[in-house]
Structures are given as C-alpha cells and as structure tokens.
Design a protein around this ligand. Structure first.
Ligand SMILES: [Cu+2]
Length: 453
C-alpha cells in the first residue's frame, strides 16, 4: 500500500538527499532493502541511506560548503557532501547496480572519481577526460555495477588540489555477496579516511596552497581529542579500513595487539601473503584494511606514528629551548608583555598543561585528559577500548578501563644506586682517538667579527 501511494513522478525524480549535522559516530546502518550484509561503522561519520528503484540502489550526494566541528570548540569551514566532510560512506554489496546522483552546490564545477572501482570508463569521473565537469547548480548521474568487494574512496577529479584541501572525499565499502575465501567475517568493521588541513589558529578556512606543512592531521576531519574511540568486546574479530587522502604517508600503529593487512584498494590480500604487524604504513592514495583479534582488555592507543601528526596546530619555526634557563629573562619580558610565558625549556610537555590564552577558534597543540593525567596528544590519535562486558553490536564508549590491581606501572620508592656507567672507563668497543679525548673549546664568532668564548 505504501509503495502504491508513491506517484510515478516521485519515483522518476531524484532520491531525496539525506543530510547529517552531527559529527558523532553514527550507529551502523542495517540494510532494509537489497542483499543483506554486516554493516561498517564510519568513525565520526555515517553511511548514506539509499532508495531501491527497480533493482537499482540509488544514492544522492550533494557537494556543498559545510561547517565541520573538528574538535569540541573548533569549527572549520570546509567543502563536503550532505552536510559533512568527509561525505557519507557508501555501502553496497558485490554485484549491486548503483546509481548515484551528484548535485553541485559549490561555487565552482566538480566531478566525482570512484577510486579503485571497476566501471565503464565514462563513469570514472575525471573532468575533461571522461566527462564534462558538473557545473554549479547541476546534477550528474553515475551508474555502474559494484563488481568487486573491497574498500574504496571517492573524491573530486576537478580542481582537485582545492577541493581535496577543502575536505571533499568519502569512503565506499563493497561487501562480498557470499562467503569469500579471502574475506573473513568480523564482529566489528570500522572505516575512516586520513586527511589534513592547514587552518591558522583563530581562522576557519583551510589554506589550499599548502603542499606539505599542514597543521591539522585528522581522521575523517576530526582531531584528537575529537576522534571517537573504537569500542569493542573482548574476543571480537575487528576490521579497520583506513584510506589516505593526505599529501604524505601515515604509519598507523596499534598498541597491545598484532594485526594483519587483509586488503588494499586492489582487493583482499591472499591469505598466504599476510604477516603480523603492529604498524602499517598507509601511503598517499592507498587504503589498508587491517584485522586482529581483540583479546587484550584495556584502553589501547591507536595512532599515526609520525610524532608531529599527533599534535594540533603549532608553529614549526620555534627553536629548541631544552636546557635553556629562562629565569630572569622571563621576568624582564613580563614587564613589557604581561601574558608572556616561557616555552619548552624542559621539553614541550608543559604545553599540555599550560593555560595559555588561545585565539577563539582553535585547539591546544597537545591536549586530552586521561584517567592518569594529560595525554599530551593531538591530531591522528584515538583509543581502542576492549571490554569484557561490552555488548555485541554496542558501539557506546564504555569509559576508562578499570585496571586489575597490580597491573599498572608504579613508582619505585627504594634507594637509587649510582648508575654503573659513571664509574666505568669509556664503554665503547674501541677506544676513542686520543685527540677526541681532549676537552674542546668552541669559538663563537658574532656577525660583527668579535670573537668570544
Ligand atoms: Cu601521520
């Protein structure tokens, strides 16, 4: 009866676009039409609902300017799809015929390339090469069969530098239609994209000309502590699909478990080719799908291993001040600039605690409060939470791990012996050349030519 009440005109029209305003992780979208599958969960994202039209899955993507909350208190003016950057994940089943309507509400033309898909050449989305670009206000239709299962991405192939620097991208998961010899069934299936922005503290719009020196390293346009944790049940088999659309590679590192790379955007990897890892490098334009058994309870860090990528906005042209005593100097500067703070003479950890006044729209460089104090992280960092009592299919944050008694690193309070190395002579396997043993004096010549010691 419900179907009969929908007019032919309505069925012939575009599927109504669905928009998402929340930056939270949406519950998995359980399919209510088409072939069944075990849905994926997009970290701080969502899956786009579809309409079945005579056996074809129809989606409607709207390319448009969006406001993305990258972390609480920090909003960025980006471009994306259907209210968010990245756009929604598209989930289909191997063999599905898919029709995607793409409406352009940007101030310039665009197109969408379906990264990694087998499709007719004219559906590949390369502006100028395989299609006319989609002009502002126009809608373009893409249609193809999702021929092989796997994880793919989508992004513009028109003024790509601008549009990707502004956040236009999304994920695509094609689930296998039947049991697949190289694709295991899993209990949890997460996906997210690695992306990066250059947004000056206090401003809202990314600098699109930046090539390498980005200041915000994000997962699905979120930065720590804005990235949701990955919450699983003890004993779950977990899959994480990570695509990289930044300008550099990201070695993704998981604590406490070993994983294997079970797929790339080229498809599932043969089982005989898999070996255990704790870090997998995801190069630019690549997807890596990792799998592991979550068999250790706890709050396990999961992050990019490039230490500058687990930081938020900072200047890089700051000299190293470790070991420099600022006392006295700071006092003099304070007389001139009352808000002046000494930075970095003991390392940069002080930055995590300091209450330095920040511009209105930004986040501290290193931040995050854990159960034991400051986490001193930012950017590409999250936590895998493995819990015995997490319910099947429950993705809610269970809070901090309650460590069994006697399993947390503790302070040694006994007497400290003098380190043996202070007493030994040398310690090198070969003696130093005699001249290197002499104390050295360094002459510093100032530009004026006056020599000082
Ligand atoms: Cu990185």
């Amino acid at each position: 009866m419900a179907a009969a009440s929908v007019s032919r005109v309505a069925m012939a029209a575009l599927p109504e676009p669905v928009f998402q305003t929340s930056p939270g992780t949406m519950a998995p979208l359980v399919p209510n039409s088409g072939r069944p599958y075990n849905p994926a969960v997009t970290l701080n994202g969502w899956t786009l609902p579809w309409r079945m039209n005579q056996g074809v899955k129809e989606f409607h993507l709207v390319a448009e300017p969006v406001v993305r909350e990258m972390a609480p208190g920090f909003k960025a003016h980006l471009w994306g799809y259907n209210g968010q950057s990245p756009g929604p994940t598209i989930e289909v089943v191997e063999g599905d015929r898919v029709r995607i309507f793409v409406t352009n509400r940007l101030p310039e033309h665009t197109s969408i390339h379906w990264h990694g898909q087998r499709l007719p050449n004219g559906m590949d989305g390369v502006s100028g090469l395989t299609q006319k670009s989609i002009q502002p206000g126009k809608t373009c239709v893409y249609e193809f069969v999702a021929r092989r299962p796997g994880t793919f991405m989508y992004h513009p192939h028109a003024d790509e530098m601008t549009q990707m620097a502004m956040g236009m991208m999304g994920m695509w998961v094609t689930h296998p239609k039947a049991k697949h010899p190289m694709i295991d069934e899993v209990d949890r299936d997460f996906c997210f994209l690695l992306n990066a922005y250059d947004i000056d503290p206090g401003s809202y719009t990314p600098k699109i000309m930046t090539m390498l020196d980005f200041n915000l390293w994000s997962w699905n346009s979120r930065i720590f502590p804005g990235i949701d944790s990955l919450n699983v049940r003890l004993g779950d088999k977990v899959r994480i699909r990570v695509g990289n659309l930044t300008m550099t590679n990201h070695p993704m590192h998981l604590h406490g478990h070993e994983f294997t790379v079970t797929g790339t955007d080229g498809g599932p990897t043969p089982k005989g080719s898999r070996w255990p890892e704790v870090t997998a490098d995801v190069a630019v334009g690549q997807m890596r799908q990792i799998e592991f058994l979550a068999d250790e309870e706890g709050d396990w860090a999961f992050h990019c291993h490039k230490s500058h990528h687990t930081m938020n906005a900072m200047g890089h042209a700051i000299p190293t001040m470790i070991g420099v005593d600022h006392r006295g100097v700071a006092k003099k500067i304070n007389n001139l600039i009352p808000d002046y703070m000494v930075m970095g003479e003991r390392g940069m950890a002080d930055m995590g605690e300091m209450e330095m006044p920040l511009p209105d729209n930004t986040v501290p460089m290193m931040t995050g409060e854990g159960p034991f104090g400051g986490v001193e992280m930012g950017g590409m960092f999250s936590v895998l939470k493995v819990r015995r009592d997490q319910k099947r299919g429950d993705y809610k944050d269970p809070g901090w791990f309650k460590h069994p008694a006697g399993t947390v690193a503790y302070e040694y309070e006994g007497p400290l012996a003098e380190p043996a190395r202070f007493k030994s002579e040398g310690g090198q396997s070969m003696p130093l050349a005699s001249k290197a043993n002499k104390p050295m004096e360094v002459q510093i010549r100032k530009p004026a030519g006056r020599a000082e010691h």
